[in-house]
Design a protein around this ligand. Sequence first.
Ligand code: ATP
Ligand code: MG
Length: 305
Amino acid sequence: IIDNLSDLEKVAVLGHGDGYGTVYKVCHKKSSSIYALKVLRFDNNAASGVLQQAAREAEILKLVDSPYVIRCHGVFDSGAFMSADHNNEGGGDLCFVMEYMEGGSLHDVLRARQRLPENVISGMAKRVLEGLHYLHGMQIVHRDIKPSNLLINSRGQVKIADFGVSHLVAGALEVCDSYMGTYAYMSPERFDPERWGGDNAADGFAGDVWSLGLVVLQCHMGRFPLVGPGQKPDWATLMCVICFGERLEMPETASPELRSFIWRCLEKDWRKRATVDELLHHPFVNTTCCVSTDHELVNFVLPAD
Ligand code: ATP
Ligand code: MG
């Protein structure tokens, strides 16, 4: 249990988020254990009440306990961590102490390897589905499934990161900024609730399935699928493709199982889209010979040098 930010020492910067966050590798001085610390910086205009509320809500993150979801060991609402080497007066930070994942994110893996083989994709997809199954069972919608939020450790475990966080952050930032979050992996019903919403889309579980389908397709194609090669996914283009475009053609290079899996995820009407439970029984993640083991995942992601 981490009860004080001052017990942590920065070791390295692991990455930056979409503008508001930085993730550090940190060492817990008393136990020498390594953690990841996500620091979300709010500017001076962020009302402190909003921050406190966010910190309170974030307490539920600490209740989440699944081998497929990143553990959160503490949430702190403080500027203390940054002020040591940043002149961070006023404003506030929301700090999340998380388990450290040595293999980094799927985003990093894709950058290094481009396309992934199907056994690795199905191994990842299966583990992410287990994570979503757990979160949805706790009535938590992730809302931000994307490659940088899927992390891998040296045991070959794949875990979902940043659930709920994006929601908390968006809530807090609305006060001081017109925060959009990431929309590249957003489902039609979240993008355009009026056209695609219908009665119960607001609960959002189906949105996580859409995002997973897009990530899986990206792993196969080696690039973000909804825009042309090298093109940056801007808001207007995505709006057109996601909400008004034809359903995507499934790549011929993929196996029939993979094609069927992606097809069921990228169903535009959330009522007809596959559920997590349906996908957990899908052949793509259940053909023993083709789903990578933890060991195979590690060897792929962290090859011995
Ligand atoms: P968002 O803020 O929307 O989640 P993001 O996922 O791109 O965007 P961060 O969550 O700040 O940004 O993460 C940035 C990078 O830090 C990730 O791509 C990953 O490489 C690394 N990272 C994040 N969490 C951990 C962790 N627990 N262990 C190891 N590396 C991590
Ligand atoms: Mg993230």
